[in-house]
Design a protein around this ligand. Sequence first.
Ligand code: FES
Length: 295
Amino acid sequence: MTRRRAELVVAALLVLAALCAAGFVAVYALDAIPDQTQYLGLALGAAFLCVAGALLVAGRHLVVTEDGESEYGHPSPETAERLVDIGDETVAGIRRRRLLTGAAAVATTAIGAALLAPVVSLGPVFDLAAMARTPWRRGRRLVDEEGNPVPASAIQPDEFLTAFPEGADPEEIGSPIILVRLDPASLRLPASRRSWAPGGIVGYSKVCTHAGCAIALYRAPLFQPAEQPPGLVCPCHYSTFDPATGGTVVFGPAGRALPQLPLRIDRQGNLRAGGTFSGPVGPSWWGVRRGRATS
Ligand code: FES
């Protein structure tokens, strides 16, 4: 391969690497496309393959190589001088070629952008309010899946029920809650939440604080002595939350407690919200512990 042709091949491979890296960023941004993960891997893998190919061609055809030999194991002054010249020649030869440096800069920038793109998934930076908003507010009635009010008497010990805010979109991440009834004497809620559990009924967000799965299991020991106290369990990675202590994490990868919803019982005996959650709902993001849920 001639030197000129090698330069063109290296530049083309670097530009191709940049295109693949840009493709990674595009696929990452359009997260609605099917098989996104596979395309992400393909794009980044192809980018690195192109870079590897470019380095191979450059190393083989563009970098000047020459063997210097010396009888005594140390290079003679002439050989040393020649080696320095070769090095200078190599660097200068590559730098001289604007095409190559330009292509390398484009590839570096695009691959850097691809590597940094996932950082945005650590969470929103500017509009945190949207993440904290929930449809719950003081006085809002709890309804079941059919939209019927939930009487406090419907919550029996050792069972759990999913409820939603009346009139709100049940699909909203802040909508579903789980209700369980505990022995009031077993509650050890934070002091500020003493009035949040009328008759021992506690309500928590149904969305796991680990990765956002639904809390779908309730561990309620039926026989004494019980080895484990009641626990709300997420079946995805088995994060377990203690409903008696404010939804604190007792097992699993979740990093923070389930947000608790204050409850009260109205004159008709139905459950209503006493306000919004104790904290932001859903999987965690950067700074979530400083956030507050809003109505
Ligand atoms: S999403 Fe619940 S434990 Fe991982």
